[in-house]
Design a protein around this ligand. Structure first.
Ligand code: E4P
Length: 217
């Protein structure tokens, strides 16, 4: 299972990278705005900065909603750095742009996926990654994890190579449940990744080991 961090915050990306378990980064326009990154030039520079911190794929989202605009933006993003993955919205023009980029061998991430039918379309268009937003489904009393199971089943039926990127992960249990179902990737906040570390028996066990060592030295 690949671990992506879902942020545009460079310090958090550095911390996750230093932990040694980071496979990539996802961003979106809201996450960039949260870090105060505005204007095309600054946004492109920020993506390049992220690519220079991590070894893996970095999803950069287009803001155009028409095919021509997505292609223009996506080509500029792809030219920026070999680690950039073009993030495209799950709308008709996004599906067309996904097919366009996948035919050219450029990696894509189809985002804002909320149904199995949308996931099927993304795979048919050759998406590298397809991002179902599980937390946002849970927020409206729909079962985000059930959607991941449905998509896993469908993709396995046909051997689709598109990777299921469980997105909108909010907490540690989301990561564990996605791993049980067989999501290929998860993207979430640093807090959810670090949450995997925690167990009271690890903490008390280590404290005891150190106390016993110190008694004998
Ligand atoms: C995915 O790529 C999105 O950036 C993200 O996971 C959305 O998460 P949110 O629902 O917490 O905003």
């Amino acid at each position: 299972m690949k671990f992506f961090i879902d942020t545009a915050n460079l310090d958090q990306i550095k911390e996750a990278q230093a932990l040694g378990v980071l496979d990539g980064v996802t961003t979106n326009p809201s996450l960039m705005a949260k870090e105060g990154i505005k204007g095309e030039e600054n946004i492109l520079k920020h993506y390049a900065d992220i690519c220079n911190i991590v070894d893996g794929d970095v999803s950069a989202e287009v803001i155009s909603t028409d095919f021509a605009g997505m292609v223009k933006e996506g080509e500029a993003l792809a030219a920026l750095h070999p680690q950039i993955v073009i993030k495209l919205p799950m709308i008709a023009d996004g599906v067309k742009a996904c097919k366009y980029f996948s035919d050219k061998g450029i990696k894509t991430n189809v985002t804002l996926v909320f149904s199995a039918g949308q996931a099927l379309l993304a795979a048919k268009a050759g998406a590298t990654y397809m991002s179902p937003f599980i937390g946002r489904l849970d927020d409206i009393s729909s079962d985000g994890l059930h959607l991941i199971s449905e998509i896993r089943h469908i993709y396995n039926n046909y051997g689709f190579e598109t990777e299921i990127l469980a997105a909108s992960v909010r907490h540690t249990m989301h990561i564990i449940d996605c791993a049980k179902i067989g999501a290929d990737v998860m993207t979430g906040p640093l807090s959810a990744i670090k949450g995997l570390l925690k167990h009271p028996l690890t903490e008390s066990g280590l404290a005891q080991f150190l106390a016993d060592y110190n008694k004998g030295n």
